[in-house]
Design a binder for this molecule. Sequence first.
Ligand SMILES: C[S@@+](CC[C@H](N)C(=O)[O-])C[C@H]1O[C@@H](n2cnc3c(N)ncnc32)[C@H](O)[C@@H]1O
Length: 228
Amino acid sequence: MIAFLKTSYRRARKFLRKAKPADGAESLRARFTGVYRSAAWGSSESLSGPGSERNSGSVRQALVALSQIVEKYEIRSVADIPCGDFNWMPEFLEKHPSVAYAGYDIVGGLISQNRKSNPAFNFHVLDITEQVPPRADLIFSKDLVNHLMDKDVWKALANMVRSGATYVMITSNSVSTPNEDLPRNVGGMSRLLNLRTEPFSLPTPVYEDGYLAMWRTEDLVSVLDHKP
Ligand SMILES: C[S@@+](CC[C@H](N)C(=O)[O-])C[C@H]1O[C@@H](n2cnc3c(N)ncnc32)[C@H](O)[C@@H]1O
């Protein structure tokens, strides 16, 4: 009996080893759950990393961008994809209490934690590369595409457009160096990504500050034609 169990155990381990992709790639959910559990982005203030700390340059710039566009474009609802640990967004929502907010993230643990700490707001588990989110006037997507491989950036853009949102504001770094794909889908790795240049070559946005850019989704329907 013991010999039989030992053989079954060895066979199961062999099967699981084979099932793991050869390049060490992980599923997106496993990857970002691992980042969350190990606090791999190394900030003592935010599980979403130094770029989500309230006084970081990224957050200050995001708050300026959001406050500039919210009235000008009559934004009444925001889908924050990804919301991460919701560390800094309350500062925007306190100043704009009439904006209906919903936060989405691929990591279930983050969503449970956000629901407990912020019961006044809605949070949902969602993988933007696989699911179409409910409609909002604006999809706000800070510091997501930099962490995704190009094939997943295309899928995320397509689902944002499919949602029927009027606008999408997405991190797009105004760098002149050519975009490079992430080598693998592992850990917290990222790279600068300019959505205005190849292979994405998105059209002229209605707002751009070198870090975040905003498009009318009707100007992005061509991303739906992209075939992997
Ligand atoms: C660097 S954090 C940024 C969080 C937030 N936007 C901020 O600025 O504080 C990146 C987040 O993207 C989430 N994420 C990664 N892939 C995702 C996907 N496919 N769908 C939804 N969320 C995803 C991760 O779980 C993580 O919380």
